[in-house]
Design a protein around this ligand. Sequence first.
Ligand SMILES: Nc1nc2c(ncn2[C@@H]2O[C@H](COP(=O)(O)OP(=O)(O)OP(=O)(O)O)[C@@H](O)[C@H]2O)c(=O)[nH]1
Ligand SMILES: [Mg+2]
Length: 355
Amino acid sequence: MVVNYTGLKVRMLEPNSSDHYNPRWEKTMPANLNPEFIAARDRFNRAKTDDERLDALQEMLATIPKHKGTEKMQADIKRRIAKLKEKAEGRRRSGKGGVTYHVDRGGAAQVALVGPPNAGKSSLLAALTNATPLITSYPMATFQPLPGMMEFEDIQIQLVDLPPITREFTEGWVYGLIRLADAVALCVDLSSAQWKEEAEEAMALLAERHIRVTAGASRQVDWRTVERRALAIGLKVDLAPARASELREWAVGRFPAAAASTVTGEGLEDVRRAIFRVAGVVRVYTKKPGQPPDLSKPYTIREGATVLDVVDQIHKGFANRLRYVRLWGSGRFDGQHAPLDHVVQDKDIVEIHLT
Ligand SMILES: Nc1nc2c(ncn2[C@@H]2O[C@H](COP(=O)(O)OP(=O)(O)OP(=O)(O)O)[C@@H](O)[C@H]2O)c(=O)[nH]1
Ligand SMILES: [Mg+2]
């Protein structure tokens, strides 16, 4: 225990304290833990806030192989989730420790809407999803997160509207939620003469909180720095049409960019597609031998996933019984046997042959 200057007791977490997740079953049971679970567990062990812990635990529960050998681990994860939820509820009710929010993940990926006040973030959420955020002509209207599901062709991506980020007013939990998102949509107001400075100020504020926005894949860089794949969205382009090309020039070498107006609707479909691209997921369809592919419901998997990852996601037990996989797509396959380490592309079709 240490006591800080306000007299509040602050508990320092040791890496091997009981909050650290490393149950002994994991060593002794043949649990066949998959990379997604291991990544989520590592995220749990590195998490610094309860929100981050809760999110990681939920991911662990979703990705843990469901069989007898992991029953105790599953129960342990559920217990921890319940405890954290209880704690968060208590804090919210008692008003202690400031407010903090958790957004339940949904859809194929989660993209955070991030930017300065009044940029048009909530308007964009309203335009692309069924959510009904508060939209006002004065800044700082949004004070809590609001998710909405954006349809893109046959999948859904979760957008999370957030309060604006400013040096003076933004609470820490906003950055916490940005860290948890799969990607960042950096929203800027093209009708503002200072839109570049505003975009760069937002990036600087993120960098101060150890969140780097990049064109590459989202990743944890070290114990506190994360990189989040980003996209710049120029809003209110109806008020400043010439700035659409300025935005693209500014974004070159940083990340992709798109401009739109939620008033006229121009550019919105480009933004939708650009958000899908930045979300970092690809769609894979399945087909049964001798039958046409099932195009009704794609599986979604992270970009960079292999044929084997796909098989494993479709059914945990399949990898052990796998004979071969035939693939259509990826620009060059037309039903040939695909190497298991082949990286799948969006809209590939797989036909899994088991023993
Ligand atoms: N002309 C025009 N006005 C827009 C557009 N998008 C948003 N607005 C207006 O801009 C103002 C701010 O919009 P919001 O969506 O509330 O902005 P925000 O980024 O969510 O603002 P905060 O929550 O305060 O950070 C509102 O008056 C909107 O009607 C657009 O594409 N064109
Ligand atoms: Mg808003």
